[in-house]
Design a protein around this ligand. Structure first.
Ligand SMILES: [Zn+2]
Length: 257
């Protein structure tokens, strides 16, 4: 099995060094995971790398604009189907996949794991003990979360499942996946408590919470942080730890039972 990373030229505050497109080739066939944004140079590089191989499919982990828009045109050019969990703004899967779907690559098989949280339509792809994580887990940073309860469950689901490597949608490959997952879980729990603390200290809105909790984070990332804060707030509401009073958030006393 040969796994190759092709880095798209879309670096930025939200994408790190750029989107990682993964080419997975087992000799009998290959697939492309997350072709990335519309970009002719990147498309030509992917096509060039697959020229001597047998392409079988183009796969997307989720439909965000830095991952999926090139999928349909690339799939058409390679004459293979585009696989995805659901249609998105610039993506329409030829074949829909979900939890437990299997995609055969020659003698190997890629297993689909539904991992909602960063996005509802997010999946990871597992190849033996290697996991292609998309934006569920990134190399070198935490991720923006839309649904915190779902996200934490999607992290727990991967923990202790015998993985030995994570190949993310941004940043470098990671060894020791369970340690990485533990860091992510601890980081989210810490943010959860910091947000509750900020509300106790009088922060009454998302923006005020971001100013306090994310004061050490690059301001360019504050809009993304605000979305993660909203996801934490929904979970804090569900847990009965906060309420809203007028337009202000308030922390509820801890139930002694
Ligand atoms: Zn994303």
């Amino acid at each position: 099995m040969r796994i190759q990373r092709i880095l798209a030229n879309n670096p930025g505050s939200f994408t790190g060094p750029g989107t990682n497109t993964w080419l997975v080739d087992d000799g009998g066939g290959c697939v492309v995971i997350d072709p990335g944004p519309m970009n002719d140079v990147h498309r030509d590089r992917i096509v060039e790398q697959t020229a001597q191989l047998t392409p079988l499919g183009v796969l997307v982990t989720h439909t965000h604009p830095d991952h999926a828009p090139l999928a349909n045109p690339l799939a058409r050019e390679l004459g293979v189907p585009a696989y995805g969990y659901a249609p998105g703004p610039a993506f329409d899967p030829d074949l829909r996949i979900g939890e437990g779907s299997v995609i055969d690559i020659g003698e190997s098989r890629l297993e689909v794991i539904h991992t909602p949280g960063h996005a509802d339509d997010h999946v990871c792809f597992r190849l033996a003990d290697v996991l292609f994580t998309g934006d569920h887990i990134m190399g070198g940073s935490s991720v923006m979360v839309e649904d915190m309860g779902g996200y934490l469950a999607s992290l727990e689901k991967l923990r202790g499942t015998g993985l030995s490597r994570l190949n993310p949608g941004h940043g470098d490959e990671m060894d020791r996946p369970d340690d990485v997952i533990d860091w992510y879980l601890a980081h989210r729990r810490q943010r959860h408590e910091e947000i509750l603390e900020a509300i106790r200290d009088g922060a009454g809105s998302t923006d005020e919470i971001v100013e306090i909790v994310y004061q050490d984070v690059d301001r360019a990332l504050h809009p993304l942080a605000a979305r993660s804060v909203e996801a934490h707030l929904v979970l804090l509401f569900e847990e009965g730890r906060i309420a809203s009073s007028g337009h202000e958030l308030v922390a509820l006393p801890t139930n002694p039972t």
